[in-house]
Structures are given as C-alpha cells and as structure tokens.
Write a protein that binds this ligand. Structure first.
Ligand code: NAD
Length: 484
C-alpha cells in the first residue's frame, strides 16, 4: 500500500531560534522531508529568525550543512534540497528589542496560513508574543508553537500560560510534546479505539500492570545548567511519560477531536494518586565506560538531581483501581529504548495442567527505535510431542504491513508541524493539562527535597539502581529487559 500524502495549505512559518540546535537538527530537516514528499506546497515559506546578523544566502548555506549532517544520503535529493532552500528566508530580530520586527512583518504574506514556532528559551516567550502583537504579525488566526520545558513547576507554568493568554487564544497555542507525534503513539489510539478486541479487556479486571520505559544511553550532554535544575522527573516524567500514561489510561473520547481527546487525558491526570516515598526510586549515574559520572558532568560534586527515576503509580477511578503503572526513565542506561507494555492477567484456569509453561499476554507498543506493536500470545509448540505451549509475538509492525519498510515514517516533528498548519491541536498539550501535570508533580518533588533525598548511584550501561528492580520485584513482577 502506498501512503497517501495530502498537501497542507500554503503557509508562512516563522521559526524564532532559526540558528539554534532544534531548528537546525529537527525543524528544518523535517520540513525538507515534508517538502520532498509533496506535503509542503511549493508556495510555502519558512522565515527563520534569530539575533545573528546574516543574510538569507548565508543562512541557507548553514541549513544545507545541517541537512548534510542530519539527513542520510539515501534520503537526499539534490533537486528537492535546492528548491526547499529557496523557500527559506532569514530575518534578524532581537526578541527583546526593537530591531528587525518591521522587516519580519514585511516578509509575511496576508493570504496564507501563518504560524510562528518559538524555538527559543521560555524566557523569550513573553517578549516574542508581545512583539508579534505590537507589530501586528499575530493575526487572529496566527498559530504559535511552544517548546518544552513548559515551566519548571505549577507557578511558572501558570505564569507562562498567562503570558501567552494575554496575546493568544488557547485555540492558537500549540504546546509541543514530540512523543505525541510518534507514529506508534498515535497507533496506540488506533489499536485501542478502532478495534473491538482490546477495549473490553482494557481495565483493572484484566490488566495486571503497565510498564512505561524511556531509556537513554546518553548523559546530560552539555545541558548541565538546564538539567541539574530539572532532573528526570521534570525533564521526562511530567511531560513525555505523563502523556504516554494518559493515552494508555484515558476513557474513549467521544470523537477524535482535540477537545474530546484532551478532556479525557486531563481526567487521567486528575485521577492520579499522590505517590508514596517508598514507591519512588531516584538514581544518578556513576562514572564508567570511559565516561564521566553525573556529578562530574554537571559540575556540582554534591548535586542531588536524579538522572534516573522509577515510580509506581495508581489511578483512582473505576477502570484502573488496583492496576499499578510502573514508570521509569533514565540516562546512560543499557540501551536507547522507549516502550509501553500492557501485561494482561492469567486466564482464570489452565486446562493444560500444572507443568505447562505459561507466559502472560503482553501488548508492547514500541515507541523508539524500531517503532511497532507486538502482542505476545500463547500457541501450541509446532510439531508432534503433545500439547506443549510456547509464547510468540504477534507482530503488528505497521511499517512492514504498509510497505513502507520503516523508511518513510515521518519524524514526530514533521508530523506535528503539519498538524499546526492544518490547525489540528489533538496532539498538542492544552494549558490545563500542563498545569494539572505540574500540580501532581510539584508535591512529589517538594517531599524529596524536604527530606534531602539522595539519589542512588547506578552503573552506566546498567538498567538503573538496584532499588528500582525491587520496586517491581516486591510486587512479584519484573521489569522488562531494556534492549535496543
Ligand atoms: P539554542 O540555544 O541552540 O538556540 C536558541 C536560539 O534562540 C538561537 O537561534 C538564538 O539565536 C535564538 N535567540 C536567543 N536570544 C534571542 C533573542 N533575544 N532574539 C532572537 N533570537 C534569540 O536552543 P535549542 O536547543 O534550539 O532549543 C530551543 C528551545 O527548544 C528551548 O526552549 C529548548 O528547551 C527546546 N527544546 C530543544 C530541544 C533540542 O533538541 N535542542 C529538544 C526539546 C526542546
């Protein structure tokens, strides 16, 4: 089957922070792919904005270098690249001053979709929102895209929401969480709500437990200033893992519509129980494998920030009462792997006798790498020799099924930017969701700060601290292997 690419309407996309890492590594190469695939109409334009003084030709040369570094040769096409680069202009604007705003206003067309990507530090959200209004760039239908981190606690998230709300309606604001742009994450909703098979079993009566894992092999990589003030809870759990949890646990929305989906996600966050200190394990990676430890990297020998966290959560509602959700995320772990595993309960009675090996049915939604969905089922071991059972993965990897071979699955950023142009907010966080997530996170962090909790050291390349294993073992369960 050939995937259908439906072009979006022509647009002007302004990228504040156009010279920055995110724009160069993700946003602009992603737009090139959409252009090459015919989804970005040729009369669309990208207006990159930053503080550096340079002309459009120099900026295009810089983007060309970024593309060469980030896009594999097998995916490159010189003709498309040339045509795409011609769609990019550069305007110098100082977000906190007056310089450049008029040039930016003059560069935009009145009759195409207008979107502004704030790919800058959150401290600049206010000045940019204000500048866009002062210079009449923010039309009533102008969309804005804002990046994480959206605050570092409830108060700062509220303040950011208020800053944006002073200039934009909620319908114009796209708070990006790139996990929601991943193909499998959306496929999770298709599997749940487009099939009758799973939903009747999707509750505490039949689901034994859920594991959500986001494991990274990298350390904090030069982001010490940001990371040491944030830690894994703020950097990963409050946003990405929380979003995955919401999609797994939410009630069926009445329609696949932005407000309906986000209303259901919000109810999950509201139903989360506070987490007992004994249900949280925090860790910090040691030096090893020729790499520095967390404290060396962050430059603070006494840092109490966690580079790993595991939590056991409960959702207090009729559907989930009694089913634990185990979440873990960390850096410098054994492999880079993100997955959600829904483990079902044992059948009520085995007709095959005591000695027969039985393994639980587990639905694994693999977010990265090797995106795909598998369901472990028990079957009869083929061949003679009586009824022996064996568990096999039923592979629902759509990339193969749809003939794409995984090559042409758009990156999360590409998909989400196209959704912004289409005006579809379903996969973006609403302001109240972000605030609710912080309202749940804040007391947990405050409690460990008050008792000066020390993260447990763990070895680089391991599965995390020992106590994290115990968090699951003591319930008679096991973490899944972290494997690439
Ligand atoms: P960066 O430091 O590489 O780039 C910042 C950009 O902002 C530069 O283009 C710089 O010129 C511009 N800028 C700074 N001050 C300015 C001013 N006064 N006026 C106009 N432009 C100004 O940052 P980044 O890594 O690209 O990240 C951008 C945002 O995206 C941040 O909020 C970050 O937290 C978020 N984010 C980044 C990544 C990533 O992979 N880099 C991932 C997730 C979220």
């Amino acid at each position: 089957m050939v995937s259908r690419v439906i072009p979006v309407e022509p647009f002007d996309l302004v990228v504040f922070g156009g010279t920055g890492d995110l724009a160069q590594r993700k946003i602009l190469p992603g737009l090139l792919r959409r252009f090459t695939d015919g989804q970005m109409p040729p009369d669309s334009r990208v207006i990159a904005v930053a503080r550096s003084d340079m002309d459009s030709a120099s900026f295009r040369a810089r983007v060309a270098r970024a593309i060469a570094e980030t896009v594999p040769d097998s995916h490159r096409d010189a003709g498309s690249e040339r045509a795409f680069l011609e769609r990019i202009d550069y305007v110098m604007v100082d977000a906190t001053g007056e310089a450049g705003w008029r040039d930016l206003a003059a560069a935009l067309r009145p009759d195409v979709v207008r979107a502004v990507y704030f790919s800058v530090a959150p401290a600049l959200f206010g000045p940019i929102a204000e500048g866009l209004h002062r210079h009449e760039i923010a039309r009533a239908d102008c969309r804005i895209v804002v990046e994480k981190p959206f605050g570092q606690d409830l108060d700062s998230a509220r303040a950011l929401n208020a800053t944006l709300a002073a200039h934009f309606d909620e319908k114009q604001i796209y708070r990006i969480d790139h996990y929601l742009g991943k193909e499998t994450v959306q496929n999770l909703m298709a599997v749940r709500f487009a099939n009758i098979l799973f939903e009747p079993l999707w509750n505490a009566q039949f689901v034994d437990h859920v594991q959500i894992t986001v494991a990274e092999t990298v350390g904090i990589e030069g982001r010490a200033g940001y990371y040491d003030a944030a830690g894994a809870m703020r950097d990963m759990v409050q946003n990405h893992l929380m979003q995955l949890l919401c999609l797994i646990a939410m009630e069926p929305p009445y329609r696949f519509d932005p407000e309906a989906v986000r209303d259901e996600k919000l109810k999950v966050i509201h139903a989360l129980d506070p987490v007992a200190p004994g249900d949280i394990v925090r860790g910090q990676y040691n030096a090893g494998n020729g790499q520095p430890g967390y404290r060396d990297e962050c430059g603070d020998p006494d840092s109490l920030t966690e580079s790993y966290i595991a939590l056991k959560l409960h959702i207090s509602n009729w559907r989930w009462k009694g089913t634990p959700f185990y979440l873990r995320t960390g850096k410098r772990l054994r492999a880079r792997a993100s997955e959600i595993a829904v483990t079902f309960k044992e059948p009520p009675h085995s007709i095959f006798g005591e000695g027969e090996r039985w393994k639980e049915n587990t639905l694994v939604i693999r977010v990265q790498p090797n995106e795909g969905i598998t369901l472990n089922v028990m079957i009869k071991e083929p061949g003679p020799g009586g009824m022996r059972l064996v568990d096999v993965p039923l592979d629902m990897t759509f990339a193969e099924a749809l003939g794409a071979g995984g090559r042409d699955i758009p990156d999360a950023y590409e998909r989400l930017i196209m959704d912004v142009i289409r005006g579809n907010q379903t996969l973006f966080m609403r302001g109240d969701e972000v605030e609710a997530a912080w309202a749940w996170t804040d007391p947990i962090i405050a409690a460990w700060q008050a008792r000066e909790d020390r993260p447990q050291p763990y070895e680089p390349g391991s599965a995390g601290p020992e106590d994290a294993l115990m968090l699951v073992h003591r319930d008679g369960r096991r973490w899944r292997e972290i494997s690439p």
